[in-house]
Design a protein around this ligand. Structure first.
Ligand code: 5GP
Length: 182
């Protein structure tokens, strides 16, 4: 099995501080509203757990799981729902929580799909953002860190299902400069 975490890109402490800031902003923006945080499985489970515990207003939590058609190395933009929401989001304020926005194709599709269900609003909160890799116009309202177009692992992000449990975000060794692998 090739590939292991190399240098630390964002430490656990930095992630904690930034998550606290984002949670404060979200708590202010959504005060008095009907917030539903929707985590995109599997990568967002760590970030969502840490973010939600810092938010100081009532909220509901749900998850979706998606898989994109196409080759392993390129997002096709066509997304299949593998696990749908359990909650009815009509009239509610949905905050999609994602580990990383790369091309933006996955979230663009998901936002469109969820909007058809009549929510009051749909916004995006992503821990990591790769602006240079973007292929579609997508507003990421809450963004933790901009990262270069490298393949990163840890804090929910995997390489072949490994390394999700790392408390930091690291660059996959030998992948410096290679962009994305999955
Ligand atoms: P997008 O549709 O924005 O291109 O793809 C987003 C998804 O691609 C993320 O949710 C994540 O699963 C995967 N992805 C993109 N970049 C990386 C990366 O650097 N590391 C890992 N582990 N996954 C990535």
């Amino acid at each position: 099995m090739k590939g292991k975490p190399g240098r630390v890109l964002i430490s656990a402490e930095e992630i904690g501080r930034r998550t606290e800031e984002l949670a404060r902003e979200i708590s202010e923006d959504y005060a008095g509203r009907d917030l539903v945080m929707v985590g995109v499985l599997k990568g967002a489970f760590v970030f969502l757990a840490d973010l939600a515990r810092r938010v100081r207003i009532p909220l509901e939590i749900d998850f979706v799981a998606v898989s994109s058609y196409g080759s392993d190395t390129e997002s096709s933009g066509v997304v299949r729902i593998m696990k749908d929401l359990d909650l009815d989001i009509a009239g509610k304020d949905v905050l999609l929580v994602e580990d990383i926005v790369d091309t933006g194709l996955t979230l663009k599709y998901l936002v469109g799909l969820l909007k058809e269900r009549g929510p009051a609003s749909v916004e995006i909160c992503a821990l990591l953002n790769k602006p240079e890799a973007r292929k579609v116009d997508l507003e990421v309202k809450y963004s933790g860190f901009d990262v270069p177009p490298l393949f990163v692992v840890g804090y929910g992000l995997d390489y072949a299902e490994r390394f999700r449990q790392l408390p930091y975000v690291g660059v996959l060794e030998d992948q410096e400069g290679s962009g994305r692998l999955s």
